[in-house]
Design a protein around this ligand. Structure first.
Ligand SMILES: Nc1nc2c(ncn2[C@@H]2O[C@H](COP(=O)(O)OP(=O)(O)OP(=O)(O)O)[C@@H](O)[C@H]2O)c(=O)[nH]1
Length: 245
């Protein structure tokens, strides 16, 4: 509970009494030097006490203000952390599924969007052979391969266990396809330090949607291309056969 900063009620009562007594002395034509000295002494003592009390209150309110600023700052930090946790995947730090959908809807409402969907190949085998923590390391490694390749305006998201998407503003399927091919090659060339020294690969689907399209249609078209890449032998990029919308 914050301390009560209201001055105690008798703070000014005492000064008022001293002031009234002094005024009465100064108004009294018969008052002598001793009475005037006494009134002046009372005024000085009251003045000094007021100064001390004022300094104490100012010091206290300065400390209160500092504490309030510190709490405010912490509140801002916590709100930021909360917002980050609500929108980011805790394993990889990229956007989570809900944030991907929201960002995609924003892009589809403004500029149209190209998207790349990728899924790590035979990921179950990695988990089953080497354990879940190694699988997690592979997931983080895949994101590390994607990050340096993705342009600043694009966002990476994790939409499922070992499935990711990259959202690109604008609807150039060629730009998205080139990026997907670079990402595919980077993952295939990366050393994930698996115990059996095997490589990790991923399959890619690419789609593009005009402004005003729905996210579900956007995702479906890229996802169909991804499964065509899986069926076609994995470790490859397939494009949706036309730009939707
Ligand atoms: N380590 C780890 N594994 C996960 C996570 N989320 C999902 N998985 C696993 O990911 C695996 C996905 O396997 P499948 O969907 O069968 O596909 P796959 O083995 O990658 O095969 P293809 O996609 O056909 O190439 C399952 O074994 C899940 O348990 C996670 O956060 N960490």
């Amino acid at each position: 509970m914050s301390p009560d900063l209201t001055p105690s009620p008798d703070l000014f009562d005492a000064e008022t009494r001293v002031l009234s007594a002094a005024r009465a002395t100064f108004d009294d034509p018969h008052a002598g030097l001793a009475e005037h000295r006494e009134a002046l002494g009372g005024l000085l003592a009251g003045y000094e006490r007021l100064l001390r009390e004022t300094r104490r209150l100012i010091g206290r309110s300065d400390r209160e203000e500092l504490e309030m600023n510190r709490l405010n700052q912490r509140l801002h930090e916590l709100a930021g952390e909360l917002e980050y946790r609500a929108t980011h995947d805790s394993l990889t730090g990229v956007l989570n599924r809900a944030a991907v959908i929201e960002h995609a809807r924003t892009l589809l409402g403004t500029s149209g969007m190209a998207l790349v969907v990728l899924d790590i190949d035979h990921f179950k085998r990695i988990n089953d052979s080497f354990g879940h923590p190694v699988g997690d390391q592979v997931i983080r490694g895949v994101v590390a391969c994607l990050q340096p390749l993705v342009p600043p305006a694009a966002r990476i998201g994790r939409v499922g266990g070992e499935e990711f998407t990259v959202l690109l503003p604008g609807r150039s399927i060629d730009v998205a396809e080139t990026l997907a091919e670079q990402m595919r090659a980077a993952i295939a060339a990366h050393d994930f330090h698996l115990p059996d020294r095997s490589a990790v690969t991923a399959s890619f689907g690419v789609g593009a949607l005009a402004k005003g399209s729905s996210f579900d249609v956007a995702y479906r078209c890229a996802d169909e291309a991804l499964y065509a890449a899986k069926r076609g032998g994995r470790n490859r990029v397939m494009c949706a056969d036309h730009v939707y919308g």
